[in-house]
Design a protein around this ligand. Structure first.
Ligand code: ADP
Length: 203
C-alpha cells in the first residue's frame, strides 16, 4: 500500500502475453484502465505535451511534419546511443507518471488498473500500485502471437523480448497471475475471480 494512491492494480506482462486483451475484460467489468503505453503515445503525438521538451533536447529534426515524434529516427538514435535513451526517458517518464496519476484521480470505475508493460523493470511503478497482476504464457506462444499480430520475424520478436524482464522475473514480482497460454475462453473465469478479489480488497 502507499499513501499517494487509493487501491490500484498494476497490470503487466511480456509483449504478446495478452495484456490488452485482459485489460479489456477488466474494463468490461467496470475497472478503470489507465494505459501507460497509450499515454506515452499521446505525449508524442502531434501537439503532444512532451514534444517541446523533445525538440529542445534532440533537435527539430526529431519532430515530423505534423509535429509528432519521428519514431523511426528516435529508435535509430536510442539504438545507437544508450545515453540518448536515458535522456528521452528523463523527459517521458515523469510526464507519463503525472498523466497516469491524474487519469487515476479522475477515474470513476470500481478500481484503477494501470497497464504498465515494463512494470517489473520499473521500481517506481511497482512501489506505486497496491498489487501486481502479471499475464503469463509460454514464450513460444508469445512469439507466435507477436509474429502474427505485428507481422515480424521470430528473430525480431526474440530481440524485443530480450530487452524485457524474463518470464521468471515477472512471475516472481506478481501478486496475482493470469494464465493466458490457452484460448480466450479460459480467461473469463480467472478475470471473474480476480475482479471479485479486487472489489473485496478495495473496500
Ligand atoms: P499485449 O497487450 O500483452 O502485447 P495482446 O492482448 O495485444 O498482448 O495480445 C497479443 C495478440 O494475441 C493479439 O493479437 C491478441 O488478439 C492475441 N491473443 C491474446 N490472448 C489470446 C488468446 N488467449 N488466444 C488467442 N489469441 C490471443
Amino acid at each position: 500500500m502507499n499513501s499517494t494512491l487509493p487501491f490500484s492494480i498494476g497490470l503487466t506482462g511480456g509483449i504478446g502475453s495478452g495484456k490488452s486483451t485482459v485489460a479489456d475484460l477488466f474494463a468490461a467489468r467496470g475497472a478503470s484502465i489507465v494505459d501507460t503505453d497509450q499515454i506515452a503515445h499521446s505525449l508524442t503525438a502531434p501537439g503532444g505535451a512532451a514534444m517541446p521538451a523533445i525538440v529542445a533536447e534532440f533537435g527539430a529534426e526529431f519532430a515530423d511534419a505534423n509535429g509528432a515524434l519521428d519514431r523511426a529516427r528516435m529508435r535509430a538514435l536510442v539504438f545507437a546511443d544508450p545515453g540518448a535513451k536515458i535522456r528521452l526517458e528523463a523527459i517521458l517518464h515523469p510526464r507519463i507518471r503525472d498523466t497516469a496519476l491524474a487519469a487515476a484521480e479522475a477515474a470513476t470505475g470500481s478500481y484503477v488498473m494501470f497497464a504498465v508493460p515494463l512494470l517489473v523493470e520499473s521500481g517506481s511503478w511497482r512501489a506505486r500500485v497496491t498489487r501486481v497482476l502479471a499475464v503469463d504464457c509460454p514464450e513460444e506462444v508469445q512469439i507466435a502471437r507477436v509474429m502474427a499480430r505485428n507481422n515480424l520475424p521470430e528473430t525480431q520478436v526474440r530481440a524485443i523480448m530480450a530487452t524485457q524482464a524474463s518470464r521468471q522475473q515477472r512471475l516472481a514480482a506478481a501478486d496475482d497471475i493470469i494464465e493466458n497460454g490457452g484460448g480466450i475462453e479460459a480467461l473469463e473465469p480467472q478475470i471473474a475471480r480476480l475482479h471479485d478479489l479486487y472489489l473485496q480488497m478495495r473496500s
